[in-house]
Design a protein around this ligand. Structure first.
Ligand SMILES: [Zn+2]
Length: 723
């Protein structure tokens, strides 16, 4: 799935065929597979693309076409003819040169020259695509830019939402960056075979079906959010990455971190404020970053990458999630307006050129008046992040100390030498007055802070920082009791810190469970409850081979928290449900089902039954589909398994296919598991989807050891499939 490669779509009922088409994926180093080039980001060039294709096929490239002419393969062109002016380049491809068949009618299409662009952003594609069209009206230039989305004809009707996002988000980006979208068109191509999630080719964005297709009737809210955030992420790159490009891959993090922050937080927050993406960021990217970066095996955000073959290794959660989290922290320190103004200064200074991290820091220093390079240095150049220990000597002050945090809790002195610039963001509550001290900074090992008489306080207000906070047991208990006085973001951070620190041995598991249970029983909001659910889920994952009574106790705790939520919210959407209410319903039902609440399992089974018997899915709400499918297979037999396999083979939309994959991986019956394992190597799973099966099987108690064995036994085959 690199270079110029072939993809095939889902079976089209109308034609009985699978559509076949071709597209490119060049990042990081595959442009050289399609054409000879100095294939490095610093060496920008203009590209003139010409494509020859059958006349019923659509050809696409970064720029719009300038001419389309009929083309016939010349079988007897002389050297003089070939070298003469006006000779069509495509005629060089004579019958003897081309290995394929050349009968039928062919066209030769020339595209406009691109502006200066790096090779990894060049793209072209060819196939029988259908399209939807819209328009971007630039307030900066007054120009109208055509926006299109292309997909195979049987799926184009699910592409409307993906197209609409471009229309909604482009004006927001233009306003923020104060630079007009620079190309004369912007296409998106939906591809079935795709290695990454999506790719920001300039003017021709590409990506997976799950990244761009959304069926308003049948897709879940999670699928809708995925489409929105992926599209917004790729749109950010049209400026950040495509207009201004990193000099070398060691600065890849900046590209991805920035697009993640814009695409998953800043832009969706403006378009869909009801999605609460600012808080959701904590549960997704900050959690991801803190988890990976608390391992000894982590790496600094900025890594040397002298070997081009190693570049793919740095497209990881450290680049995306920790990178985005430290940018969010910086934005919190300087203020979002100044942060974005600094980005605009940076883009304007390096337009159509290349830049590196320090150039962005200069832009934000200019807009904020702060020494950004100094603030950020150790966050991007050093491995890890700190835990801040809070001591209370009892004189109205607190003593705060920073040390590197490791999930194993056994940091050695030589691993603990970094001093980070830590914005303490002390929130104090005195009666009705709530204040946040944005000036308090810890940039030495330890310091003392005066609480100014406040009795209730919390560090890391709004969980803006990339660090954890360890309170005294008494303070933690009080915070647990006072949790509702704090914001949703604060509560998410509190639960996350308490449970993570306990797992790392900084406190007793029982103490942190008390906090999690305490918050769980009083909490009404989705995001803090998702943290609580996640904490119990991790515990269940770690203690999966403990005696049954231990596992039952964890299940009982999960049911105790989530059963009342189901009783409150029911199984069906209600008119006027906020998005996070739907998400909470899904979380509660899926958690109670995993904890084997008998009533919940019976309800899910009854909702699957009409689908099993008559293909009637009217009792399967889209948001609960994954849970209903998974439990049908987990607790069912061959009939349920075969029904889900049918969905997998003929999915009504891409997210249903993913739901079916998780369900097939949830089987407990050894014979059914045999069938799922057989699928991994018999060609019925696309390489790009293997990770979903591994993820599902790894979470399935009945398959966990077996999937580890499978992975080790088949490492070479699995690894070569995703190279
Ligand atoms: Zn990206």
């Amino acid at each position: 799935m690199v270079g110029y490669y072939k993809s095939d779509g889902d079976l089209d009922e109308a034609t009985g065929k699978r559509p076949i088409y071709a597209l490119t994926q060049f990042e990081p180093t595959a442009a050289r597979r399609a054409f000879p080039s100095w294939d490095e980001p610093l060496l920008k060039s203009q590209f003139a693309i010409t494509m020859i294709a059958r006349d019923h096929e659509t050809v696409l490239a970064n720029m719009p076409s300038v001419s389309v002419k009929p083309w016939k393969p010349a079988s007897n062109a002389s050297i003089d003819q070939v070298l003469s002016e006006g000779y069509e380049l495509g005629s060089l491809l004579t019958k003897s040169y081309s290995s394929g068949k050349t009968e039928g009618n062919w066209n030769i299409t020339k595209f406009e020259n691109t502006p200066l662009v790096s090779t990894y952003l060049v793209a072209f594609a060819c196939g029988e695509f259908a399209s939807l069209e819209s328009e971007h009206h630039s307030l900066l230039t007054g120009k109208k830019i055509p926006l299109k989305i292309y997909a195979t004809p049987n799926q184009i009707k699910q592409a409307q939402f993906g197209l609409d996002i471009k229309k909604w988000a482009l004006p927001v980006y233009e306003e923020i960056f104060d630079i007009a979208y620079p190309l004369p068109k912007l296409d998106t191509l939906v591809a079935h075979d795709f290695d990454a999630g999506a790719m920001e080719n300039w003017g021709l964005i590409t990506g997976r079906t799950t990244a761009y297709l959304y069926d308003p009737e049948k897709s879940s809210l999670a699928a809708k959010k995925r489409v929105a955030t992926v599209q917004c992420h790729e749109l950010a790159h049209m400026w950040f990455g495509d207009i201004v490009t990193m000099k070398w891959w060691d600065n890849l993090w900046l590209n991805e971190a920035f697009a993640t922050l814009m695409g998953e937080l800043v832009i969706p927050d403006r378009i869909w404020p009801e999605w609460k993406v600012r808080q959701e960021f904590l549960n997704v990217h900050l959690a991801n970053a803190l988890s990976l970066d608390s391992q000894r095996s982590s790496h600094p955000i900025e890594v040397d990458c002298p070997d081009a073959n190693q570049i793919n290794q740095i497209f990881d959660s450290i680049s995306y999630s920790k990178g985005a989290s430290v940018l969010r922290m910086l934005s919190g320190v300087v203020g979002e307006e100044k942060f974005l103004k600094g980005v605009s200064i940076y883009l304007k200074k390096h337009v159509y050129g290349n830049a590196e991290t320090k150039d962005l820091w200069e832009g934000i220093s200019e807009s904020s008046g702060l020494d950004v390079a100094k603030i950020m240095a150790n966050w991007t150049l050093k491995i890890g992040f700190p835990v801040i220990t809070v001591e209370e000597p009892g004189d109205g002050t607190i003593k705060v100390t920073q040390n590197r945090f490791l999930s194993t809790g056994d940091v050695k002195p030589e691993e603990d030498e970094t001093i980070w610039y830590v914005p303490l963001e002390v929130k104090t509550i005195n009666g009705p007055t709530e204040e946040v001290d944005h000036k308090a900074v810890l940039n030495e090992r330890s310091t003392t802070y005066n609480l100014g008489g406040a009795d209730t306080f919390k560090l890391n207000a709004e969980t803006i920082g990339v660090y954890r906070v360890k309170y005294t047991p008494e303070r933690l208990a009080k915070l647990g009791k006072d949790a509702q006085k704090f914001s949703v973001s604060d509560r998410v951070g509190l639960v996350s810190d308490a449970t993570t620190l306990a797992r790392a041995g900084y406190g007793k598991t029982s103490g942190s469970l008390t906090v999690a249970l305490g918050v769980g029983e009083t909490e009404q909001e989705f995001l803090p409850l998702a943290q609580v659910g996640g904490a119990f889920g991790k515990l269940a994952g770690v203690w999966w081979e403990q005696p049954e009574e231990v596992r039952n106790a964890i299940s009982a705790a999960r049911i105790k928290i989530f059963r009342p939520v189901i009783e409150r919210l029911g199984y069906e959407d209600r008119p006027g449900d906020a998005p996070d209410v739907k998400e909470l319903r899904e979380l509660a039902v899926s958690t109670a089902a995993v904890a084997e609440d008998a009533d919940v399992l019976a309800e899910l089974k009854s909702r699957f039954q009409p689908f099993l018997e008559n293909n009637d899915d009217s009792r399967i709400p889209p948001d609960l589909q994954r849970s209903i499918f998974s439990n049908a297979v987990r607790h069912g037999g061959e009939a349920e398994y075969n029904k889900i396999l049918e969905v997998y083979n003929k999915p009504p939309n891409p997210s249903s296919k993913v739901d079916a994959m998780y369900a097939l991986a949830a089987a407990r019956d050894p014979k059914l598991l045999d069938r799922t394992f057989a699928m991994l190597s018999d060609g019925s799973v696309k390489d790009q989807d293997l990770y979903i099966f591994f993820y599902g099987l790894g979470g399935n108690r009945a398959a966990r050891r077996r999937v580890a064995d499978y992975f080790f036994d088949n490492y070479d085959a699995v690894s070569s499939g995703v190279e």
